[in-house]
Write a protein that binds this ligand. Sequence first.
Ligand code: PLP
Length: 402
Amino acid sequence: MLACGPITKKEINMSESYQPETLAVRAGIERSQFHEHSEALFLTSSFTFDSAEQAAKRFIGEEPGNIYARFTNPTVTMFEQRLAALEGAEQCVAVASGMAAILATVMALLKSGDHIVASRSLFGATTNTFNNYFKKFGVETTYVSATDVAEWQAAVRPNTKLFFLETPSNPLTEISDIAAIAAVAKSCGALLAVDNCFCTPILQRPLDLGADIVIHSATKYIDGQGRVLGGAVLGSKKLMEPVYGFLRTTGPTMSAFNAWVFLKGLETLKLRMDAHSANALQLAQWLEQQPNVARVFYPGLPSHPQHALAMQQQKTGGGIVAFEVKGGKAAAWRVIDNTRMLSITANLGDTKTTITHPATTTHARISPEARAAAGISDGLIRIAVGLEAVVDIQNDLARGLA
Ligand SMILES: *Cc1c(COP(=O)(O)O)cnc(C)c1O
């Protein structure tokens, strides 16, 4: 479907099994006639044909190859092949952003009158897309607990087509049992889509656990250095064919430049996820010792309510730590305003540690009652732990915690 025509030499044969570190640097490479070693950036919006006959064959799909960059671009194709290899997916469709990945999935696979069951703990824009746009076109969503599998079963209707979740959740790092929820979805004839943004395929592979679709905001850890926006949808060839069709027709495609940045990002993903995770664990352990910290939320800590499930489903606890300071909003803002190094921003997945106050930023538009019900207190702080020395991150937080 996405094959980009004559391939000079495949870097590695993907039918053989390779470790993630190897796939991250070598999977998906296609070289041009110039035999470039590093992945080339093809900044071209269209492609030429050798003859009228070849153009005709390309357009009716009789001959594989590039036509126009809304359909395919070799740099984007390399990114798709590399991410597919890492997630263990038959096919990857790259898109302009994480939100475009969710849009393309629902527009391609659902129709008016269909029903979604989704976790209550989703990225804010995801919930807004479901409530404000999909609903307008007759697709309704029922929200259930991220952690209570029985609620997913109970919410199913005859027209349920899609289950949607994100694990660990933002900002409380709740863990959804992917295998158990996938089993419920399967028994009801629904598809399970997992937003794997927080873990990346390095820490968690939802398709191996029974999910049908993986969604990515590549903007976060896959870039890893906060430069560009992008997203991806992954799954079987059969499911990805309509997703690709939607994209090729309506246009929220990934730019070649962004794909090139993401290809380079993937090469260091394993190293970075290991380092983010090690730093996050050390920081979470330190936070638990601080007298002015009431509670720490980190799946890698034995005190996390779903620590056992997290350690079975993920390779590490990941890079996101949340904690509640004693003294509510004033105390939380004091910690944030006393930092000198940490970036006060809601972005995550960057080499630079970021700090945010969910109650007044990412979750500010939700009613105070709904926020309380979701467990997002005024004293809660979220840290996306970067790659600085942990001692420097600790010192930056210690000032406001004293
Ligand atoms: C950021 C994010 C998204 C949206 O991705 P964009 O690239 O910003 O469109 C979706 N899901 C999660 C979990 C995110 O963190």
